[in-house]
Design a protein around this ligand. Structure first.
Ligand SMILES: NC(=O)c1ccc[n+]([C@@H]2O[C@H](COP(=O)([O-])OP(=O)(O)OC[C@H]3O[C@@H](n4cnc5c(N)ncnc54)[C@H](OP(=O)(O)O)[C@@H]3O)[C@@H](O)[C@H]2O)c1
Length: 295
């Protein structure tokens, strides 16, 4: 329930206005929570008829100055372009730089920038070492945002899941693959905790607690087989047989393969211990139960 997230959070200061570039899965959730907290929010999508499109933002159109009037907070949830440029900065960097009262600018990045650590933990002090092209582009976009010298905070996210985007969808449509790669783990984050931590971090930022980079991950990096088995158990679905990774990789898309080729655990101590954010879904079990309740 959105109310469960909202009651854990403090409202943003009166007259705050948050502009979200990229109102997709995470962007829409963040917008909903912020609105419930009483903040004015404008959310972009690429097409007029997309749900929750308060304004259109894409590569072919200028962005009206009106959008930025009174803006106090800006968040980008848009991935890099294929040439490594950041689509938001490419189109509206000057408008952002000319917005007088910006108190916080957030950029949703990925933990892919840490590269493969062969299963070791990474935290915010770990030097980025991206190996995949898309992670190299991502690190370049982070750098483009840093160079703006705006009051920036970068949130690095692992695999995002939530209602409508979880193991239940593939179990229902028969596309679940039980890939067995011993020792492989994935970190993940429930979309409600992205929304919760964005709003939590915005308030801390204004109190001077403003680390430039924060990992937003749950407590329990886990092997994929365990996650699927748990989902199947609560959905009372049978599990397909396991496929060894060495076999599965022969038919994987390059994108899927790139995820399986990296193994790391994402440390959330900065967010949860030092800054004090309390996860709504500390692990995949809590998060999947929530997703199941929304089916
Ligand atoms: N999915 C994951 O597991 C994962 C993991 C780590 C990090 N991330 C990153 O975290 C951010 C949020 O993830 P998400 O899964 O919530 O994203 P999402 O649902 O895919 O939404 C992405 C948003 O960006 C917009 N967008 C994409 N390319 C654009 C472009 N060139 N110009 C303008 N708008 C563009 C989309 O527009 P439309 O609404 O019109 O489609 C959408 O609103 C993204 O940067 C994503 O790459 C994702």
């Amino acid at each position: 329930m959105i109310e469960d997230i909202v009651k854990r959070l403090d409202p943003l200061p009166p007259k705050s206005k948050l502009i979200i570039f990229g109102g997709g899965f995470s962007g829409q959730r963040i917008a909903r929570v912020a609105r419930q907290l009483g903040t004015k929010v404008l959310c972009s999508r690429r097409r007029e008829n997309s749900k929750g499109a308060d304004f259109i933002f894409n590569a072919d159109q200028e962005c009206s100055n009106e959008i930025f009037e009174g803006a106090t907070h800006v968040l980008s949830c848009i991935p890099p372009l294929l040439n490594g440029e950041d689509p938001v900065l490419l189109k509206i960097k000057n408008q952002l730089l000319n917005t007088k009262n910006l108190k916080w600018v957030g950029y949703l990045s990925t933990t892919g920038v840490y590269g493969d650590t062969k299963g070791s933990w990474v935290n915010e002090n770990t030097s980025p070492n991206p190996q995949q092209e898309r992670s190299i582009r991502r690190l370049s976009c982070e750098q483009q945002w840093v160079e703006t010298k705006l009051p920036l905070q970068i949130l690095r996210l692992p695999g995002i899941y939530g209602p409508g985007r979880s193991a239940f969808e593939s179990l229902s449509n028969g596309t679940t693959k039980m890939i067995d790669k011993p020792g492989q783990v994935f970190s993940r984050i429930h979309v409600d905790d992205i929304a919760g931590s964005v709003l939590f971090l915005i308030n801390l930022f204004s109190q001077g607690k403003n680390p430039p980079v924060i990992n937003v991950a749950d407590n329990l990096p886990t092997n994929n087989l365990e996650v699927i088995a748990f989902a199947a158990k609560i959905a009372k679905k049978s599990l397909p047989s396991t496929i060894p990774f060495e076999v599965a990789k022969k038919t994987m898309s390059p994108m899927a393969l790139s995820f399986w080729e990296e193994n790391r655990k994402v440390d959330n101590q900065l967010l949860c211990k030092k800054l004090g954010y309390s996860l709504i879904h500390p692990d995949f079990k809590s998060g999947l139960k929530h997703c199941f309740s929304k089916l």
